[in-house]
Design a binder for this molecule. Structure first.
Ligand SMILES: C[S@@+](CC[C@H](N)C(=O)[O-])C[C@H]1O[C@@H](n2cnc3c(N)ncnc32)[C@H](O)[C@@H]1O
Length: 242
C-alpha cells in the first residue's frame, strides 16, 4: 500500500471524519497532549493581540488546544479535508476563531492573510508530500521571532519505540479503523509513522528550513519516544520582545 497523499488523503479524512472524534475520545491523553504542545509555544497574556495559525486543524482538537493556551488570540485554523473542517466548524467557538478550507500548500488567496505570531501543526507534517516546502511556507507566514510547535509522530532512535508503536497499532488502532470503515486511512497512518523522519531528523529538517532554537520535547504515557513536540522560532525578534 502506498501512502495516501493530497486529494486521496483528503477523501480518506472526509470519510474518517464521521468517527474521528469518537476515536480521539478513547485515545488516552490525546487532547491533554495537544494542550501541552500548545502551551509549549509559551504565549504570554492569554495571547492578547496575537495572531495564531492551526495547520491541519482536523475536527478542531488542536484548535481547542490553541484556544485554551491563548483564549484572547485571533486563531485561523486550516484544513484540506472538507469533512474534517465541517465537523470542526459545527462546534461552538468564540468569534476570534475562524476556519479555512485549503491545503497548506495552497493558502494564497484564502483568508490566511498577513503574518502570524505563532503556528501549531498537529499530526500534519507526516501527511504532506513535501515537508520542506510546507516549512518554507510556514516560515514566510510567521513574524520575525514567530514560534512554531509541531506535534507529531516521529519515532525516537531506538528499536523499542518502533516496537511499541507496532504493538499499539496492531492491537488498538487497526481494529478500530476497520470497525469504522476507515481501514485505508489507518493503514496510511501506520505506514506514515514508520516512514516519517525520526525525531532527530525532523529537528534537523527544521534547522535546514531556517528555524532557530529547535527543541525536541517528549510527551508522557505510551506516546513517550513515539510522539514529540518540536518547538522552534523564526530568526529575528518577536513583536513586543527585545
Ligand atoms: C490526524 S488529523 C489531525 C487533526 C488535528 N490537528 C488534531 O490534532 O486532532 C490530520 C489533519 O491534517 C489534514 N491535512 C493533511 N494534509 C494536509 C494538507 N496538505 N493541507 C491541509 N491539511 C492537511 C487532514 O485533512 C486532517 O484533518
Amino acid at each position: 500500500m502506498t501512502l495516501l497523499r493530497d486529494d486521496a488523503l483528503s477523501a480518506a479524512f472526509d470519510h474518517g471524519s464521521r468517527a474521528y472524534d469518537r476515536l480521539v475520545a478513547v485515545n488516552p491523553g490525546y487532547r491533554r497532549d495537544l494542550r501541552r504542545s500548545a502551551r509549549r509555544l509559551g504565549l504570554a497574556g492569554g495571547g492578547r493581540g496575537l495572531r495564531l495559525l492551526d495547520l491541519g486543524c482536523g475536527t478542531g482538537a488542536s484548535t481547542a488546544a490553541l484556544l485554551a493556551a491563548a483564549p484572547h488570540a485571533e486563531i485561523v485554523a486550516v484544513d484540506a479535508s472538507a469533512g474534517m473542517l465541517e465537523r470542526a466548524a459545527a462546534k461552538r467557538w468564540p468569534a476570534n476563531v475562524t476556519f479555512v478550507h485549503a491545503p497548506v500548500e495552497a493558502m494564497e488567496g484564502t483568508a490566511v492573510r498577513g503574518r502570524f505570531d505563532a503556528a501549531l501543526a498537529a499530526y500534519l507534517f507526516r501527511n504532506v508530500s513535501d515537508p520542506d516546502l510546507v516549512l518554507g511556507t510556514v516560515r514566510e507566514l510567521l513574524q520575525p521571532g514567530g514560534r512554531l510547535a509541531v506535534h507529531e509522530y516521529a519515532l525516537g532512535s531506538g528499536r523499542l519505540h518502533r516496537a511499541v508503536w507496532s504493538v499499539v497499532f496492531g492491537a488498538v488502532v487497526r481494529p478500530a479503523g476497520r470497525l469504522t470503515g476507515d481501514a485505508a486511512l489507518y493503514r496510511h497512518l501506520n505506514r506514515s509513522v514508520l516512514e516519517f523522519d525520526r525525531a532527530a531528523d525532523f529537528a534537523e529538517r527544521l534547522r535546514r528550513a531556517g528555524f532557530h532554537g529547535v527543541r525536541v520535547l517528549p510527551l508522557p504515557g505510551w506516546q513517550t519516544g513515539i510522539t514529540h513536540t518540536f518547538v522552534a522560532r523564526t530568526p529575528g525578534v518577536a513583536r513586543g520582545r527585545s
